[in-house]
Design a protein around this ligand. Sequence first.
Ligand code: AMP
Ligand code: ZN
Length: 467
Amino acid sequence: MKIYNTLTKKVEEFIPNDKKQVKMYTCGPTVYNYAHIGNLRTYVFEDILEKTLNYIGYDVKRCMNITDVGHMTSDADTGEDKMLKGAQRENKTVYEIAQFYTDAFFSDLKDLNIKKPDIISKASDNIDEYIKIVEQLLKKGYAYLANNNVYFDVSKVSNYYDLSGKNKEDLLVAVREDVEEDEFKRNPADFGLWFTVSKFSNQVMKWDSPWGIGYPGWHIECSGIALKYLGDKLDIHCGGVDNIFPHHTNEIAQSESFIGHTWCKYWMHGEHLNDKTGKMSKSKGDFLTLSLLKEKGYDPLVYRMFCLQSHYRNQLVFSYEAMDITTNAYNKLINKIKSIKDNNCGKLDQDKINNYKSDFIKALENDLNTSSALTVLYNVLKDNEISNKTKLFLVGDFDKVLSLDLLNDSCDVLDLELKEYIETMINLRNEAKKNKDYNRADEIRNELLNKKIVLKDTKDGTIYEIK
Ligand code: AMP
Ligand code: ZN
């Protein structure tokens, strides 16, 4: 399998440390708000990666953190504490906020057919682990105490700039953009490992440590959790491109300084989902959630398909027009498969199965080319020379990776058919009203009412409610 490695900036052959089991770490959400559909694009990419590895024969041990403490509104150490901000916004405790948005995140994963990682660990559950690492980093001279906080000294590592490919000067600009500089840091890029002097007097989550009561920095959490659950040799570490600097850069610096050897071989990053105004981000406040898409009548799996149609390393622009087009494509696909299911006959053609499976694998092994993988699926469906039984076998097999519920006659598809029916009826009624054919308009309203569909005329047009 070939994958693009951010560390070497090359497409490389993937060779895990252990031939059988791949150890994979993926950064999880900061649970102070809903995940937006941009975050979810990254989780879809990671899900496809895990399922592809499974499909080609690897066992995958995957771990993900849930950040419930220590993440500031800037990804460096400045700005407000995200969790505290969320708690103040909703007049709840940070614990309530964390629980609520963790549950909401899991529900999004379920809706998108994203498999939950084998190990999911809350940042606040691993405090001892971070303290152990920070103590070692201090002992080895990689970290220093200043103003009662512990900082990592980036000048002590020679490969600090490798992952981002940026030089010190570029990074200085990036750091400076982060409002205030911390006068206690030796170098501007140094980052906090443990904070005891917090400017947030109302900091709720805090623990005792050798340096006083405080809390961990965001970056140490992922290193601590990954090292604890996956050991000191990781195969793949993933996230969105915004994680490259400073988060993953800092993870590498502190983990490798702690363990004394190379930590992770392959770093993979998903490009962003943008809206028309640029990168979708939680801090902008105005972002789209999966629940909102559902409220608007879109099937979450249509969003999954929308993601799969483009390569994870390309930016993707979200629009409702694109969602409508993908809804049509998804409906057609499901209906085509349904018609094949209704005629499930013929013999399994093993040679054809092998050929198509090999095309499918080739697409995915080419740095997860999901749009080519979808093309292989379409090629199967339109192949007149293979039996329906063979087609259905391949559809079910490919769906182990695509996870689009291709063989389920899911209610969502029926819902979408229903949605189309109602919209057609509303259009017919509007036309009747335009032609002053009020009897016909009433007839349509009553026909829908009999089906428990209630129309309401508003200044923005006709809306409906299903009773
Ligand atoms: P967060 O909850 O902000 O820590 O982000 C969770 C994951 O979503 C991280 O892997 C980010 O890199 C990723 N991410 C953030 N914004 C976007 C975006 N607009 N598009 C795709 N992924 C994103
Ligand atoms: Zn992380």
